[in-house]
Design a protein around this ligand. Structure first.
Ligand code: SF4
Length: 167
């Protein structure tokens, strides 16, 4: 299990960005592009903000945009199956379960607003590049990390959106 940083209190009271969002979410921007082999994908983070437009999503055709790009968008909190009311449990599972794949913080435009970073700090960034939002070749480990949390009904929350196919 990864060692958690305890310094720096997460500022979870302000609007934060989900770094593995869907392209049709309000305010979505392209965060990066999937590169590398199918069995070991790596995100190449963009160095300028690119809002999602029809022209951008058309670049992915015939694939789904989230197969080949990562998107950021304002965290939907309780509308998302990974949010437990205070924290993103997907970020927690990523840090607890996946190996680090880089030794230094990736150059990333959204760090000051990223929920995963605010919550899990550096450990999230060292694991983030391997995450593909819709990963059709996901390993068993990745599938277990991406799993949908216990039903929101169990937690007394409204129903979650349809499960995503990846983190
Ligand atoms: S976890 Fe780190 S590298 Fe990934 S999107 Fe957030 S700030 Fe960027």
């Amino acid at each position: 299990m990864a060692e958690r940083e305890t310094s720096g209190k997460a500022d979870l009271g302000r609007a934060l960005l989900c770094p593995s969002a869907q392209p049709d979410m309000p305010g979505a921007h392209v965060l990066g592009v999937v590169t590398g082999p199918v069995e070991a994908p790596q995100i190449a983070y963009l160095d300028e903000p690119v809002p999602v437009t029809d022209a951008v999503t058309a670049l992915a055709e015939p694939a789904h945009p989230a197969d080949v790009m990562r998107f950021s968008a304002p965290c939907e909190e309780r509308k998302c199956c990974h949010f437990d009311g205070q924290r993103c449990q997907l970020a927690t599972r990523i840090v607890d379960t996946l190996p680090a794949v880089v030794d230094a913080l990736p150059e990333c435009l959204i760090r000051s607003e990223c929920r995963w970073f605010q919550q899990e700090h550096r450990a999230a960034c060292l694991r983030c590049p391997q995450v593909v939002t819709r990963n059709h070749a996901a390993s068993e480990l990745m599938v277990s990390v991406a799993r949908v949390a216990l039903s929101d009904a169990d937690a007394g929350q409204p129903p979650a959106p349809a499960p995503r196919t990846g983190p």
